[in-house]
Write a protein of this length. Sequence first.
Length: 309
Amino acid sequence: MSNYDVVVIGGGAAGLSAALVLSRARRKVLVVDSGTPRNGPAQHMHGFLSRDGLPPGELLAFGREEVKGYGGDLLDGSVTELVRCGKSGFWVLTSDGQRVFARRLLVATGLRDELPGIPGLGDRWARDVLHCPYCHGYEVRGMQLGVLGGSPDTVRYAQIVRQWADDVVFFAPPGTLTTVERSEMVARAIGIVEGTVKRILIEEDHLCGVEMEDGRTIRRGALFVPPRFVPNSDLLVGLGCDVDEARWPAKDSNGQTTVSGVWVAGNLANPRAQVITAAGEGSAAAIAINADLVDDDVQDAVRAFNLGF
Ligand SMILES: Cc1cc2nc3c(=O)[nH]c(=O)nc-3n(C[C@H](O)[C@H](O)[C@H](O)COP(=O)(O)OP(=O)(O)OC[C@H]3O[C@@H](n4cnc5c(N)ncnc54)[C@H](O)[C@@H]3O)c2cc1C
């Protein structure tokens, strides 16, 4: 059994960034990571100042080395359960049967992207089926782009994607567009294809179009699809942290949850966070955690002083 000041669950940008700050603050830190960062399927990561275009795995490999360089420990595996231990501590149980003690926890387990059930979408995910124009819009700029409608805010999403190409088609389920939305799209020359999408079409390992249920095919070079974001919050729920109806954790501006001693950062705390944002939120949470530990250390020191130790 090992004791840590902080165990970080999830070693993506958020978790590793927190671990770096905490290990540089001379805290004993363990990062447990199961190795499936959200942007893992993408070949390149964009928009991270000074690291634009780096393969996502390389950023994390650099981060792991930096954490190790300051004495942080890394464990490959999954955390299966978190259990409160005493007034201010936790047991962390891992998939390989280890039990580790932590004074504080940072949960940075990210989210899962659930795609609509259209055949072929999953196979092309992060290649030519995309969701984030800020991540990969530049790489498909000027191409024939499609935007899959049907979920909340997709009309606005199509207007944003239009920033990257003149030829954008919005696939609208029948009867879903309002008159205003339709006129706004027409005004910015966004094509509207109404109907039900049957499947995407692939030629020579490239997306080449979309086939509709009524037999029409619309040629496109890339398709923007809004996934449903599902938080990886089971561990928090098990610990008794408050979550909303979609299981997103309640938290304050530094990521402190409703259970004392437990913080969240990155996509688990903020589904809109880019890599650089997730890293920043991990850093902010780490600084708050260290301050909280210092408060405990002061109380312990005062008690020991008064007892004459
Ligand atoms: C296809 C795609 C491409 C993207 N491209 C970009 C881009 O170019 N630029 C950009 O800024 N953003 C991009 N993003 C967004 C980016 O992925 C997120 O901003 C970023 O991954 C959030 O970091 P995170 O640390 O919160 O979560 P993650 O990176 O998802 O890391 C969470 C980690 O927690 C681990 N984990 C989960 N559960 C457990 C458990 N129980 N025990 C132990 N470990 C666990 C996972 O294995 C994972 O390693 C992209 C997203 C997608 C889907």
